[in-house]
Design a binder for this molecule. Structure first.
Ligand SMILES: Cc1ncc(COP(=O)(O)O)c(C=O)c1O
Length: 382
């Protein structure tokens, strides 16, 4: 009785691991969770105040489907100023989370039989979205000793390629692509007329490397669909607020999907989005400063355990090679059941991640230190 299109789609591995951790917690175990991609900071006060003020003004009704004009204008201004992407509010759709934007893009671009390139390993939800369209995911290699940057991208392009997904800074590797990598992808997209979906949700969380938007590169304006959101930079995961900037011909079908499905993002949350973009950005800098310290505590600690882990340039994930102790799946099971430390097996993000664990360091320094101590005790028995 159920639709076949969903039968081969796996459940989200990150959510599965966090459910297992919650189950142990409910049995009274003190589980340290490294599994979810969610900042542990509170949403900054001025953003909460803007939502409260909006509620007090009675802004609780439907808004225009693509979003309130003031927020779309603020987003367009941000893209022009921060990202060098030339756009106007007429190309912006505000969505309930970046995830919705990504689904709308993929469903609007791909047909059955098309191919979409993902760089292996990649965030867990791109492949299921591609599968829903009947298109095929082509997994393209990344270079491990080059911080998991794509290599030889052209080898994965065929006449059927319609979309390349770029996610820099990357979940799960923390890799931030440099200009030459992005140029290689841009040159192929221009030469072969392929669309690029650039998921820039971690753009504000970078350490020593500058984030570059592929949509700002020469010739890429009409070929790039840029997705971003408020969840990670402003600790707003539960608010569900994201956006997409799309060229005219993709914008129109996306708007059909958007208006017939979610209608719009929540009214008062959109006002909070304006406060986030136009308010003081020191809240973002403060969070990133803390993430950097945690990253170093974690990577240095893993190094002492003999676990190889490149120091990530962005996002809040460490992608650790645990092959000394087993596959990512085996080590994740061991750590959860014996050390009560929850991390996600790297294989959930693609075959290239089989020997890895994705460790989300969006948790306090004390908890990271404690987790490392617990890991040491369990792993020395292996
Ligand atoms: C790479 C990537 N893109 C998109 C999202 C979705 O973000 P949102 O909370 O805005 O839906 C996530 C969330 O984990 C992510 O890691």
């Amino acid at each position: 009785m159920t639709a076949t299109r969903l039968q081969n789609i796996p459940e989200s591995a990150t959510i599965k691991m966090s459910n297992l951790a919650s189950e142990l917690k409910s049995q009274g175990y003190d589980v340290i969770s490294f599994s979810l991609g969610e900042p542990d900071f509170d949403t900054p006060e001025h953003i909460c105040d803007a939502a409260k003020a909006s509620l007090d003004r009675g802004e609780t009704h439907y808004t225009p489907s693509p979003g309130i004009p003031e927020l779309r204008e603020a987003i367009a201004e941000k893209l022009n100023q921060d990202n060098n992407i030339e756009t106007t509010k007429n190309n912006i759709i505000v969505t309930p989370g970046a995830k919705q934007a990504i689904f709308e893009v993929i469903l609007s671009v791909l047909n059955k039989g098309d191919e979409a390139v993902l760089f292996d390993p990649a965030w867990v939800s791109y492949d299921p979205a591609i599968m829903l369209t009947g298109a095929k995911t082509v997994w393209a290699a990344t270079k491990r000793d080059n911080g998991f940057s794509p290599v030889d991208v052209n080898d994965y392009i065929t006449p059927k390629t319609r979309l390349i997904v770029v996610n820099s800074p990357c979940n799960p590797t923390g890799s931030v692509y440099d200009k030459s990598t992005l140029k290689e992808i841009a040159d192929i997209a221009i030469d072969k007329n392929i669309m690029v979906l650039s998921d820039e949700i971690y753009e504000k969380i970078t350490y020593d490397r500058e984030h570059i938007s592929i949509g700002s590169m020469d010739g890429m304006q009409e070929l790039t669909i840029t997705v971003n959101g408020f969840s990670k930079a402003y600790a707003m995961t539960g608010w569900r607020l994201g956006y997409v900037n799309a060229p005219d011909d993709i914008y129109k079908p996306m708007m059909k999907l958007h208006s017939h499905s979610v209608s719009q993002a929540t009214s008062f949350v959109q006002y909070a989005g304006i406060a986030a973009l136009q308010g003081d950005q020191s809240c973002v800098t403060d969070m990133v400063r803390e993430f950097r310290v945690r990253r170093d505590v974690l990577v240095d600690g893993l190094d002492k355990l003999g676990i190889k882990c490149a120091r990530p340039d962005g996002a809040f994930y460490a992608f650790a090679d645990v092959s000394k102790y087993g596959t990512g799946e085996e080590v994740a099971g061991l750590l959860l059941n014996r050390a009560y430390v929850a991390a996600t097996p790297g294989g959930a993000f693609g075959d290239a991640g089989r020997d890895f664990l994705r460790i989300s360091y969006a948790t306090s320094q004390e908890r990271i230190r404690e987790a490392l101590e617990r890991m040491e005790k369990v792993l020395e028995l292996v």
